[in-house]
Design a protein around this ligand. Structure first.
Ligand code: PMM
Length: 284
C-alpha cells in the first residue's frame, strides 16, 4: 500500500480496510459472453447467489458487469446493461456489507447501478466520458481508472508501444489528475494497468514486472490478471477455468509489490494467496 494512503478507505456507502494488505475483488459478470464466466450468472438469482458465495469466501468488493469486454466483443447498450446488472446489484446489496462496484464505462449504467446500491465505479475507459467523473465526485464513491489501448472489438490487433510501462503510467497519471480535478479525492482513485486490454504477452509481462512503479505513484493500484489469455499462453491451459495456478502466481507477485486490490474469479483461492504473499512481504 502507498505510504500516503490511510489503511482505511471510508465513504458514505462503504469502507475498505487495507490494514492487512491486498484485498480481493470478486468478478460477477452478468453477461452471456464473458470469456471466463459468460452465461453462468445471467439469471438474477444465480448472480446473487454467486455474489453471496464470493463475499462469504472473503471478497472485499464484488464487481458486477453487464458487458463483456473480451477481445473482439461489441458494445452493449445502456438499457441492456442496466437490465442485467441493476436487479443483481439491488438484490446483493441488501444481503452483503461488502461494497459492490459496477464495471461499466457508460454513465447511465453507472448512475442506475449507484441507485440500485452499488458503491464504486470500475471504468475501463478511465473517465473517457467526463460525466462519469462528475457522477463519482458528486456521489462520493471510489473509481477504478483502467488503461486500454483502443476498444475491445479491435484492441488485440497488433498493439504497439515504445515503452509500455511508461506510456501506461503517464496515461493513468493524467486520468487520475483529471479525476482529482472533478473533485474525487486521491485516496478514492485506483489506477489499473489494464492487463490484456490492447497488450501483447510481452506488454502484460512488463507491466506486471514493473507494477511497483504504479504503486510508487501514491495512488492505490488494482490489477486484473485472473484467468486471462496471457496465462493460457504461458501455461498451455486452453480453458480459462484451468488457469487458477497461473493466476495465483500473478496475484502473489501483485500482493507482494503493494497492489491494493486484485480482481479475480477464484475468490477463496486468491484470498489465501494474498494472505500468505502479504505476510511474507510485510515481515522483518
Ligand atoms: N478485466 C476485465 C473486465 N473488467 N476491470 C478492471 N478494472 N481491470 C481488469 O483487468 C478488467 C476489468 C476482463 O475480465 P472478465 O471478462 O473476466 O471480467
Amino acid at each position: 500500500m502507498c505510504e500516503s494512503c490511510d489503511s482505511m478507505l471510508e465513504w458514505r456507502t462503504g469502507r475498505l480496510d487495507f490494514s492487512c494488505g491486498c484485498l480481493v475483488m470478486g468478478v460477477l459478470n452478468v453477461t452471456p459472453d464473458s470469456f471466463s464466466d459468460g452465461g453462468q450468472f445471467l439469471d438474477r438469482d444465480r448472480a446473487i447467489e454467486h455474489g453471496l458465495r464470493m463475499a462469504g469466501e472473503g471478497a472485499a468488493v464484488i464487481d458486477v458487469g453487464g458487458e463483456s469486454t473480451r477481445p473482439g466483443s461489441r458494445p452493449v447498450c445502456a438499457g441492456e446493461q442496466i437490465a442485467r446488472v441493476a436487479p443483481a446489484i439491488r438484490g446483493l446489496s441488501e444481503k452483503i456489507d461488502a461494497p459492490i462496484s459496477v464495471d461499466t464505462s457508460d454513465f447511465e449504467v453507472a448512475r442506475a447501478a449507484l441507485d440500485a446500491g452499488a458503491g464504486m465505479i470500475n471504468d475501463i475507459t478511465a473517465l473517457s466520458d467526463p460525466r462519469m467523473g462528475k457522477l463519482a465526485a458528486e456521489c462520493g464513491v471510489p473509481v477504478v481508472l483502467m488503461h486500454m489501448r483502443g476498444v475491445p472489438a479491435t484492441m488485440q490487433a497488433e498493439p504497439q508501444y515504445g515503452d509500455v510501462v511508461q506510456e501506461v503510467l503517464e496515461f493513468l497519471l493524467a486520468r487520475a489528475g483529471r479525476a482529482e480535478q472533478f473533485g474525487i479525492p486521491k485516496e478514492r482513485i485506483f489506477i489499473d494497468p489494464g492487463i490484456g486490454f490492447g497488450k501483447t504477452l510481452e506488454h502484460n509481462l512488463l507491466l506486471l514486472r514493473h507494477i511497483d512503479r504504479f504503486v510508487g505513484t501514491g495512488y492505490r493500484v488494482l490489477a486484473g490478471t485472473s484467468r486471462k489469455s496471457f496465462i493460457g499462453s504461458l501455461t498451455g491451459r486452453e480453458r480459462a477455468g484451468d488457469r487458477i495456478f497461473g493466476t495465483a502466481a500473478t496475484v502473489a507477485l501483485c500482493a507482494a509489490a503493494g497492489v491494493s486490490v486484485v480482481r479475480v474469479h477464484d475468490v477463496a483461492a486468491m484470498v489465501d494467496v494474498v494472505k500468505v504473499a502479504g505476510a511474507v512481504s510485510r515481515c522483518g
